[in-house]
Design a protein around this ligand. Sequence first.
Ligand code: FES
Length: 283
Amino acid sequence: MKPLPCARVPDRIERLAALDRLAEPLQKAARTIVPQGSQLKDLFSGTWLGHPLHPPLTDVVIGTWTSALLLDRLGGRHAEGAADRLVAAGILAAIPTAASGFSDWAELREGNRRVGTVHAVGNTAGLVLNMLSWSARRRGNRGAGIALSTAGYAIAGMSAWLGGHLAFSAGVGVDHTAFEAGPSDWTPVYEAAELEERTLAGAQANGTGILLVRSGETIHALSDTCSHRGCALHEGELDGDTVICPCHGSTFGLDGSIVKGPATSPQPRYQTRVRDGRVEIRA
Ligand code: FES
């Protein structure tokens, strides 16, 4: 089956440099409102949840508005009150959904940022139309209310499709180490004598980036690919027993655990040993 022609829309949006004029000041504002390294950033990122917060929240919004649409079309007069309440529930759910999406979008660059900008504009339009719908319903203007929420649903649906592109095609929000198996056999990655005490060192094991840290007699090895957006951790900073990613400040313990987001997945950790003067690792 051939993809629909609209499948190429994200490529076109990615090339729309004019969107940067809107995105740049908005991203600055987003980073001021939700500062990197703050509790609020971790809350909106989903660090506490173990995966991004934004996608499951969108299900609530889309689910309530889908249900409202079905009741409007198929439910008859006795379902009117329920449909109105579902429109209102979707509006309420859209607030934390938008906040978490705004926080995630603040980290995007270039083409993904442009697609994210259109996604946000579409979602805002969908929200406003549903708010107008609710207001019309409250005033007893049911026909206008249904027309407005239907239009809002269509726009929010297209916008959700762009969100799906960001997640499934561009990998925004996925664990960037998800497909990293690492070597199952002991593999030499570094000259032990060259591994300095408490210094971040980058190495390779069969094409997998490895971060090494020597701490006394112990050598720690983690994936060098930050689970958040894939930056190289060895270019970051060692702070006590934690590694800080250079891109968005996610902080990991030397055992790979998350100390601070926005990452939502821990870093894969490898076993280490020294043989014949070389550091070896295995999964
Ligand atoms: Fe974003 Fe590491 S890539 S914190």
